[in-house]
Design a protein around this ligand. Structure first.
Ligand code: ZN
Length: 96
């Protein structure tokens, strides 16, 4: 998997880390421009979780969270858009 991606001109690092016991499979940390993904993820689950966090990152980078976008709605978009895209395009993890 790629170690970074550029979203709207902003470089975002991607790291697989141990998230055991945290209850999450990934997160985006805007101050570090970092997407962290569980080291246990692979295949489609890795791809969909990366896509989920890319949407969180995009929302933060574009400042869309200043538009009174609730966390519930943001989470819903992060869950549904990758699933919709996966049904249209064959998604695969980013290659090196
Ligand atoms: Zn989320």
């Amino acid at each position: 998997m790629k170690s970074s991606v550029t979203l709207f001109g902003t470089k975002v690092k991607i790291k697989q880390v141990n998230l055991d016991g945290t209850g999450v499979l990934g997160y985006y940390q805007h101050d570090k421009k970092l997407i962290a993904l569980s080291h246990r993820l692979k295949g489609d689950e890795l791809t969909l979780t990366l896509a989920h966090e890319v949407i969180h990152a995009s929302v933060a980078i574009l400042g869309l969270n200043q538009c009174q976008l609730s966390m519930d709605l943001e989470e819903m978009l992060c869950e549904t858009i990758p699933t919709a895209m996966a049904s249209v395009f064959k998604l695969s993890p980013l290659k090196k």
